[in-house]
Write a protein that binds this ligand. Structure first.
Ligand code: ITT
Length: 206
């Protein structure tokens, strides 16, 4: 069976690595994940939605309609209890500069400076969305519960990984190896949930 092209609708290098790792493990024989670098003319999709779901669908729908190919995207972020769920959908640009992981972490640590350990609960959310040129679409959510550390630990992963310790783990997400992060992460859960539906919609099952 020939491999079906699916556009990976993100420009975040950390996400791209995780998408490829997780989806290739499930679908490497049937799906050819094509990066946005193959479509240099495409402009960044403006994330105007008010929820992770709206933004994930916005990104996948836009890239699908502009490339004519099935597309998969995610919208994800860190929701901190003591900040009433912020930064949430604004996680990538929390410090004011889109994608500046170090500045984003510093801002969170500053905001939680006086918050004691037992009140530093947080979770990551990831909503992935898959859209076909015929308009059919499907979405899946994954959540990872944990808490915010008082200083960055570890240098794997991306984004807020160095200051997030998953519940039940003695280490931060950035101290775990790729396989360990994928096995518990919000993105791992979301992509493993959507993967069988992607295969069914592409007709690559069996
Ligand atoms: P695309 O829209 O191109 O996919 P983006 O980085 O703008 O890239 P989002 O709007 O979904 O994507 O923002 C996600 C942000 O949430 C990301 O930049 C990180 O700051 C944070 N984040 C999401 N998943 C994470 C993870 O697994 N580990 C650490 N931080 C994460």
């Amino acid at each position: 069976m020939s491999r079906q092209q699916v556009v990976l609708a993100t420009r975040n290098l950390g996400k791209i690595e995780e998408f490829r790792r997780i989806l290739d493990e499930i679908h490497s024989d049937s799906i050819d994940l094509v990066g946005l670098e193959h479509f240099p003319e495409l402009e960044d999709v403006e994330e105007t939605g008010e929820t992770f779901l709206e933004n994930a669908l916005l990104k996948a729908r836009t890239v699908c309609s502009e490339t004519g190919l099935p597309s998969i995207a995610d919208d994800s972020g860190l929701c901190i209890d003591a900040l009433d769920g912020s930064p949430g959908i604004f996680s990538a640009r929390w410090s004011g500069v889109h994608g500046n992981d170090r500045a984003n972490i510093e801002k969170v640590l500053k905001e939680l400076y006086s918050i004691p350990a037992q009140e530093r609960g947080a979770h990551f959310t990831c909503v992935s969305a898959f859209v076909m040129p015929d308009g059919s679409e499907t979405t899946a959510e994954g959540i990872l519960q944990g808490l915010i550390l008082t200083e960055p630990m570890g240098d794997h992963g991306f984004g807020y990984d160095p200051i997030f310790r998953p519940l039940g783990s003695a280490l931060s997400l950035a101290q775990l190896n790729a396989r360990e992060k994928d096995s518990m992460s919000h993105r791992g859960k979301s992509l493993r949930a959507i993967a069988p539906r992607v295969a069914a919609m592409l007709g690559t099952l069996g």
